[in-house]
Design a protein around this ligand. Structure first.
Ligand SMILES: Cc1cc2nc3c(=O)[nH]c(=O)nc-3n(C[C@H](O)[C@H](O)[C@H](O)COP(=O)(O)O)c2cc1C
Length: 291
């Protein structure tokens, strides 16, 4: 499954736009989508099944004065995807475009001039409602499903019969549950460990960290940022520890909140080894397994 979400959208007047500006936006939004598709095609063909979904934009229906390059690139997504659907459909790979209108996220609010952020553009949006993030996610996940609600054509039926005769196991869906050694995950989305350096000066988990993980509680599994197991293991400023009572209490509050939001969270514990600095441990040299 490939979901293309490149959306580089600089605001720039046509009169100031150079060919290089235009090319950069087309390269990221359109050529990037082509290159990603090209890269995964052999893999999907090999499986005889695949889903490619790309973010289009409803801006292509009316144009946007100060985004000539962006709207042109997004219009290209439609031609690219329709044509790819003809080629790849033969191999059991569907190609679709989701066409949201402007979705007012905090980043869009900060970047876009107020007059562009119209309160309700619903009439020109195919989904007939103004964009909010959950709508996009819902459309994307429906198009990415293994079982789309369409009448299988003869070729699909033949493929299914072929798969059954070969006794191939069905490929699981990203949204299927998973039994992780007794821990039931509601889906197969896992968040990998990511250090955010948002602990306090003395490495205690904070409310900001709690909110960050709670926002991601719908993932099948969260693995926390690396968390040092001793003062000697400390290697990054504002990286949380789990070796003092105040740190354990901070983690307890954080994990309780994630559990209350329906999530599953595991701690990534670490010792930074010799890649630490004496200034972080009162002048004491770090220790590690290698010299
Ligand atoms: C901002 C950031 C912080 C990261 N912090 C950690 C970490 O604390 N522990 C760890 O094992 N990996 C860390 N990683 C690596 C990620 O867990 C992940 O393995 C990496 O992004 C590669 O995954 P990808 O190929 O899906 O991008 C970090 C990555 C990023 C981008």
């Amino acid at each position: 499954m490939l979901i293309n979400v490149a959306g580089y959208f600089p605001i720039q007047s046509y009169d100031e736009m150079t060919a290089a500006d235009f090319r950069k936006v087309v390269d990221i939004n359109l050529t990037g989508t082509f290159l990603m598709t090209e890269a995964v095609t052999p893999l999907l063909r090999g499986r005889g099944w695949g889903r490619i979904v790309t973010m289009g934009s409803a801006s292509v229906f009316g144009g946007v004065a100060d985004q000539v390059h962006y709207v042109a690139a997004k219009a290209g997504i439609f031609g690219l995807s329709r044509s790819l659907a003809r080629v790849l459909g033969r191999d059991g790979i569907t190609v679709n475009v989701v066409t949201p209108d402007l979705t007012v996220t905090p980043a869009v609010k900060a970047k876009m001039p107020a007059e562009i952020i119209e309160p309700d553009q619903a009439p020109r949006v195919p989904a007939r409602r103004a964009g909010r993030r959950p709508h996009r996610c819902g459309l994307l996940s429906r198009l990415a499903r293994r079982r789309l609600h369409h009448r299988p054509d003869r070729q699909c039926r033949r493929r299914k019969a072929h798969a059954m005769s070969n006794k191939e196991a069905p490929i699981p869906d990203l949204f299927d549950g998973y039994d992780l050694h007794g821990l039931a995950l509601p889906n197969r989305v896992a968040m990998s460990a990511m250090t955010r350096t948002r602990a306090t000066e003395v490495d205690v988990p904070t409310a900001l960290m709690r909110d960050y993980y709670v926002q991601r509680a719908s993932a099948g599994l969260i693995v926390t940022e690396c968390t040092q197991v001793s003062d000697q293991g400390h290697g990054i400023i504002r990286c949380p520890g789990i070796h003092r009572d105040d740190q354990v209490a901070g983690w307890r509050e954080l994990t309780d909140a994630v559990h209350a939001a329906g999530g599953r969270i595991y701690s990534q514990i670490w010792h930074c080894g010799r890649v630490g600095h004496p200034d972080m441990r009162g002048g004491e040299l770090p220790v590690g397994p290698s010299p």
